[in-house]
Design a protein around this ligand. Structure first.
Ligand code: 8ID
Ligand code: ZN
Ligand code: ZN
Length: 375
C-alpha cells in the first residue's frame, strides 16, 4: 500500500498560462490522528493519547515511526532540568526509525517507502560558521527532535530531509533505533578521543544506553575497554559486550587506584556517559598522563572539576562531544549494518514510557529500551 503513491498538484496561473506545481508526494493511507505521548508542562503528566498527524513542510519528510529508542535526554527534556527550554506541549523522542510516507516539495533525497531515521538534530541553518565546518549540531539555530520539534514518541513525525538518517532497506527498525542517537554520539565521542588501536579507553556509565554501544564501538575500533558502572548484573552485561575489565563504582574502595592498576597507569581516554557529576570529575584523576577526557553525559547543573596542578603536570585534555554530523551518522550506521555492533534492546509499547522513565531515573536499565509505536 505504501508503494502506491499519489502526487498532490496545485494548479496556479502563471503569466496567463496554466502551470502545475507539485506541493508534496504522499502515500495514500495517512490518517488524520495517531497515538503519541505528549506532555503539557515539564515534569507534568505523560499522556498517551490521540494527537494530530503533522504535515511536512517543503523541506521535510513525514515518517511513519515504527520504533523509537528512549534516551536519557528524553528524561531530561521531560523534567526540563537543562538550561535550555523545550517547546511545550512536547512529544519527545529522537531515536525514531520508520518509513517515509510523505514528503515536501523540495525533498529530493528521499522517496516514499524509503527507511528513514529521526535524530536529535532535526535541521540546522547550514550557513553559519559551524555548519560550514560540518559541525551542524553546534549550530545556534539547531532544531532538536523531541526538544524544540515534536519527536519520535508518536506514530508519524516530521524530519528535515537533509538531517534525517538514510537507513538501508531491509534493516531491522527496532534494532537500528538506538544507533540514531546513542550510536552516533558514542562513535563521535570515540573519534573525539583520538585514540589508537591497542590503547585503553574507559567507558564511565558502560551499562546504560550510550555505554553499552560505546563498549562495542570501542572494541570494533581496536581499543581495550574498561567499563565502569554499578552492580554485578551490569558487570556481566558489559563484559559480554567486550569489556576486558569491569569496575563496580558501588563496590570499589579506591576507584582511581583500581582503574589505574587495571590499565597500567590509567586509560588513554575516558568517555563519560554516566549521569553523575562526581564520576565525571573523577575521570580527570584516573586518566593517563597526556590522556583525553571526553564529556558526553549531561547531568543537570553539573561542573567538571579537574585539579589544576595535576591537569597541567599530566597535560590532560578535556573535550566536549555533542551527537554527530551526517558523516558520523553514516559511519556509525555502517558499523551497525556490518554487524560490528549490536543493539542491546528491550522492546515495549509506547504507552509504557512513564515506567521506562522511572527505571531510567533509578539507573535500573541494562542497555536501551525501544518503544513500539503500535501499542
Ligand atoms: O551528544 C551528547 N553529548 C549526548 C547524546 C545523548 C545522550 C548526551 N547524552 C546524555 C544524556 O542526556 C544523559 O545525560 O548522556 C547521558 C547518558 O544517556 P543514556 O546512556 O541514555 O543514559 P542511561 O541509559 O540512563 O545510562 C547511564 C548509565 O550511567 C550509570 C548508570 O548506572 C547507567 O547505566 N551511572 C550513573 I547514573 N552513575 C554512575 C557512576 N557514578 C554510573 N556509572 C559509573 N559511575
Ligand atoms: Zn539521545
Ligand atoms: Zn548553522
Amino acid at each position: 500500500m505504501l508503494s502506491q503513491t499519489i502526487s498532490i498538484a496545485k494548479q496556479s496561473a502563471f503569466k496567463g498560462k496554466l502551470a502545475f506545481r507539485s506541493l508534496a508526494t504522499q502515500a495514500t493511507s495517512i490518517p488524520k490522528t495517531q497515538k503519541g505521548v505528549i506532555f503539557y508542562e515539564n515534569g507534568g503528566e505523560l499522556h498517551y493519547k490521540d494527537i494530530p498527524v503533522p504535515t511536512p513542510k517543503a523541506n521535510e519528510i513525514l515518517i511513519n515511526v515504527k520504533y523509537s529508542g528512549v534516551c536519557h535526554t528524553d528524561l531530561h527534556a521531560w523534567k526540563g532540568d537543562w538550561p535550555l527550554a523545550t517547546k511545550l506541549p512536547l512529544v519527545g523522542g529522537h531515536e525514531g526509525a520508520g518509513i517515509v510516507v510523505a514528503k515536501g516539495e523540495n525533498v529530493t533525497n528521499f522517496e516514499i517507502g524509503d527507511y528513514a531515521g529521526i535524530k536529535w538534530l532535526n535541521g540546522s541553518c547550514m550557513g553559519c560558521e559551524y555548519c560550514q565546518q560540518g559541525a551542524e549540531p553546534n549550530c545556534p539555530k539547531a532544531d532538536l527532535s523531541g526538544y524544540t520539534h515534536d519527536g519520535s514518541f508518536q506514530q508519524y513525525a516530521t524530519a528535515d530531509a537533509i538531517q534525517a538518517a538514510q537507513i538501508p532497506k531491509g534493516t531491522d527498525l527496532a534494532n537500528v533505533a538506538p544507533i540514531l542517537c546513542a550510536g552516533i554520539t558514542v562513535y563521535k565521542a570515540l573519534k573525539t578521543a583520538e585514540l589508537r588501536p591497542g590503547q585503553w579507553v574507559a567507558i564511565s556509565g558502560a551499562g546504560g544506553g550510550l555505554g553499552s554501544l560505546a563498549v562495542q564501538y570501542a572494541k570494533a575500533m581496536g581499543l581495550r575497554v574498561l567499563g565502569i558502572d554499578g552492580g554485578a548484573d551490569k558487570g556481566a552485561f558489559v563484559k559480554d559486550l567486550g569489556c576486558e575489565v569491569y569496575i563496580d563504582y558501588t563496590k570499589s574502595k579506591d576507584l582511581v587506584k583500581d582503574i589505574q592498576d587495571a590499565t597500567n597507569g590509567g586509560p588513554h581516554g575516558v568517555i563519560n556517559v554516566s549521569v553523575s557529576p562526581a564520576a565525571i570529575s573523577q575521570s580527570c584523576q584516573y586518566v593517563r598522563t597526556l590522556g583525553k577526557v571526553v564529556l558526553v553525559g549531561l547531568p543537570a547543573h553539573a561542573v567538571c572539576e579537574s585539579p589544576v596542578f595535576e591537569h597541567v603536570i599530566k597535560s590532560i585534555q578535556i573535550r566536549g562531544s555533542y551527537v554527530g554530523n551526517r558523516e558520523d551518522t553514516n559511519e556509525a550506521l555502517d558499523f551497525f549494518t556490518r554487524g560490528l555492533v549490536k543493539s542491546p534492546i528491550k522492546v515495549v509499547g509506547l504507552s509504557e514510557l512513564p515506567e521506562i522513565y522511572e527505571k531510567m531515573e533509578k539507573g535500573q536499565i541494562l542497555g536501551r529500551y525501544v518503544v513500539d509505536t503500535s501499542y
